[in-house]
Design a binder for this molecule. Structure first.
Ligand code: ADP
Length: 601
């Protein structure tokens, strides 16, 4: 690159020099030659004027045997002293005398142009090669017409060799000067090209560095020329690129982080139904082993036809399609699918969002079941009350044997209705979070005793033995006395209801450091394993007919569970069919420090 630039610049300088030199040489030679010839002719004309003023003696010129015109020859010799060649030619062209040759050996000069002109017009000039002295000459001739003698021509000639010498001298100097100039400019071009290519090299390296992502600025050389301003503008471009790339990277990282942390499944497909992107949630929801690779066909990844159909709908032009899919076979999960069209600069496709609505569906089912259950629960006592009331009205009121029995049935069912309404009210309070708790310090044995008091009589009636077994000493608990008593009462009621006569019921309590564990055990009918996890659900009963028979609503345990949990405790059951059941629940130990900061709900 450096050598290249150097040679290019050097060649340019050289070509420029030659381009200037050649015409200079050409025109200078022509000018010099013309100037010399003009000067030559002027010199010859001046000599001619002198010659005319002192013409040779042509009349009475003595004739010698060896020298034809001695007097002319003398004159010629005198004139030739000025350094020019002098020739005298007669009107017939015969050379009478010549300063450099023997006239007798010279040919007839009548045809020479300057001679012809001189005889015709008085003077004539020409530049020719002289055959006689074998060199180029400037010729100038004048006619001399002496009185009483035929005219002759006096011709003066100057050799051209001196012109050629002068021109060659000029040329030598010109070319020498040019050579020196070439050397100087060559060195200058070397230096300039070296510094220039150094700077261009630095800029090239800088742009390569920028292409690789290194945006550190290049040092400006402050020479103030175009390369310098190029470096400054490249620096600005690099800084802008750096800023833009940083902003884009940050934005991309942020979006990736958002998409990755989303529980919703998000995926993007292109117009040919191939996945461009999917987040972890998407793979998790569709139960894929790993996130699908970009470019994979959607049908290879997704089995749910509703989802594929929705995507196709959007790709065909619909702006948005919503549907629902179900995943899992044993534990079903429901997902709302929203597919919307996306259009980027050149690509178009669809974005899929999967949102878990399992909880919502479950709640909807629970609400539906709840309404159905409540209606069902209300219908039985209401039908009974209505039926017996109608029977009484229809005349049974006058039947002293049965009317009391009928009225008792009506009373029993209305009590049941009242219990049901009370439980429902309680549930609605709990659901609306309007249950107010008055958490106080509560002594366990005192609290258990008071609960048993109310149970003693019905237990004795059913021939059930109630015993209490409290670990000693027991710490006090933090609880709302009325609510926690409801829990224990409910468990005792159930134990009495589901334990046949002669059975035993035991209440025990122990502490584990942070909480007191209460246990109500009975020797009753027990609960099948499959039902154990469900008896805390609303309206769930193991044996519906039996529950109704003993006046149960199916809500007692669900209320108990809720009450225990709002106290910060747990409730669970252990049971064996035919052996009996143990219901356990925990209540936190009273902590004076926490009590001071914990506001009563
Ligand atoms: P219910 O008003 O029907 O007693 P619960 O919510 O109190 O409603 O109890 C739910 C179901 O759990 C009962 O219907 C019964 O089948 C079962 N169950 C509760 N306690 C016992 C127990 N001590 N022994 C046997 N089964 C029980």
């Amino acid at each position: 690159m450096r050598l290249n630039l150097f040679w290019k610049l050097g060649f340019a300088f050289f070509a420029l020099l030659i381009a200037v030199l050649l015409p200079v040489d050409f025109y200078a030679e022509r000018a010099l030659r013309r100037d010399y010839e003009r000067n030559g002719f002027e010199e010859l004309a001046a000599i001619a004027r002198i010659a005319l003023a002192h013409p040779p003696q042509l009349i009475n010129c003595s004739y010698t045997a060896s020298r034809e015109f001695a007097c002319i020859e003398t004159w010629v010799a005198q004139m030739a002293a000025s350094g020019v060649r002098v020739t005298v030619i007669a009107s017939n062209g015969q050379v009478l005398a010549d300063s450099q040759s023997d006239p007798s050996t010279m040919e007839n000069h009548a045809g020479r142009p300057e001679i012809r002109d001189a005889f015709a017009k008085g003077d004539g000039q020409s530049i020719r090669h002289s055959v006689t002295i074998k060199s180029d000459l400037l010729y100038y001739a004048v006619r001399l017409s002496p009185a009483g003698a035929p005219p002759v021509v006096l011709r003066f000639a100057l050799p051209l060799q001196t012109v050629d010498r002068a021109i060659w001298e000029f040329r030598r100097r010109l070319w020498l000067a040019s050579l020196v100039m070439l050397l100087v400019t060559g060195t200058a071009s070397l230096l300039i090209s070296r510094s220039f290519s150094d700077r261009v090299d630095r800029l090239t390296k800088f742009s390569l560095r920028v292409a690789e992502g290194d945006f550190r600025p290049i040092e400006a050389d402050r020479s103030g020329d175009t390369l310098d301003s190029l470096a400054v503008s490249l620096n600005q471009t690099a800084a802008q690129l750096d800023g833009t790339i940083r902003a884009l990277t940050e934005e991309r990282n942020l979006s990736s982080a958002i998409l990755a942390s989303m529980v919703e499944g998000v995926a993007v497909v292109n117009s040919s139904e191939r996945l461009l992107f999917s987040n972890e949630g998407f793979a998790e929801i569709l139960d894929l082993d790993m996130p699908p690779q970009s470019g994979k066909a959607l049908v290879e990844v997704v089995r749910q036809t509703e989802l594929i159909e929705a995507v196709r709908g959007v790709l065909k032009g619909e702006p948005r399609v919503e549907t629902e899919i179900v995943t899992g076979t044993l534990r079903q999960h429901f997902f709302a699918v929203t597919v919307a069209s996306v259009r980027a600069a050149e690509t178009s496709g669809a974005v899929i969002v999967l949102h878990d609505i399992t909880e919502l569906r479950k709640l909807e089912r629970v609400r539906r079941d709840f309404v159905a259950n409540v209606s069902h629960e209300l219908r039985t006592p209401l039908t009974a009350i209505q039926g017996f009331a109608e029977t009484l009205l229809a005349g049974a009121i006058d039947d002293p044997q049965n009317r009391l029995h009928f009225l008792e049935i009506i009373l029993e069912h209305s009590r049941r209705l009242a219990r049901l309404t009370e439980d429902l009210l309680m549930l609605s309070k709990m659901d609306a979070d309007r249950l107010e708790l008055e958490i106080r310090r509560l002594g366990v044995s005192q609290f258990v005793e008071s609960c048993i008091e109310t149970t003693q009589r019905p237990a004795a009636e059913k021939d059930l033995r109630i015993s209490v077994n409290l670990q000693q000493p027991l710490p006090d608990i933090a609880a709302d006395r009325r609510r926690i008593a409801e829990v224990l009462q409910n468990l005792l009621d159930n134990a009495m209801q589901y334990t046949p006569s002669g059975g035993q019921i035991m209440i025990s309590a122990s502490a584990n450091g942070t909480e007191v564990i209460f246990t109500v055990s009975d020797t009753g009918i027990g609960i099948p394993r499959a039902d154990q996890s469900r008896i805390f659900e609303r309206f769930y009963r193991v044996d519906v007919a039996r529950s109704r028979e003993v006046g149960g609503t199916g809500l007692g345990l669900s209320i108990a569970k809720h009450l225990v949990e709002v106290h910060g405790g747990r409730i669970w059951v252990e049971s064996e069919v035919g052996q009996g059941s143990q219901f356990h629940f925990t209540v936190p130990i009273f902590d004076p420090e926490r009590a001071a900061v914990r506001p009563a709900r």
